[in-house]
Design a protein. Sequence first.
Length: 244
Amino acid sequence: MGDGAPPLEVESGFVVASGIECSAPLVDGRRVDELVKTGHDRRFRDDFRLARNLGIRYLRYGIPFHAVNPAAGRFDWSWVDVALDACRAAGLTPIIDLMHFGVPDDLRDYQNAGLAERFMAYVIAFVERYPWIRHFTPVNEPFITAAFSARQGYWNEQLSDERAFVRALVNVMRCVVLGAEAIRSGRPDAVLIQAETCHYTHAAVPAAIERANLENDLRFTTFEMAFGRRLPEIVRRHLLAHGV
């Protein structure tokens, strides 16, 4: 775990990477764990070999938060230990994805105000256990995490109102910021890679222009919150109007 060759470094600042699908939301109260659904949980060595044979050197790799940390202060690293050892043995540098659309059962969903503190404890435990890992995505696609859980109602809390969406967005972004701080406290040279959706809203009629403008500024909110930038006034007013 703690020893061995350091991760491969980026020579030019640009790499071709891939990833293993690892979404794990609740849908109608049932966990949809893609690591299990695709069979990667059993065939990870084959998947790593195939990735390396394709010339892949960097692999986005999700840790199943819900399985590793099923209760506060309780951790089960048994599968992760074996999988990460196999990933390194295959010559791959993992870009560790610590939360991918799902939370442990006892936290329930992204409306939970205690999520960020729980997540930070999990991140600290991960960094202490695997000090050889340098590359991280603390939270995958935080905007989509909040929107699909509390705006579109697809998974987790399955809500579809703006106040719930804004609450989820703030809770998720606290995870991003506190998670990044926790990573850097244990690994000061960590490389943090934020993954996010790419979309644009077009107004079909003049009456929709103002709403389209809001949506097109709102889509950058997770970056602005993560990097400590001032929010556009239209976004600031929208968040204040919905409970921030």
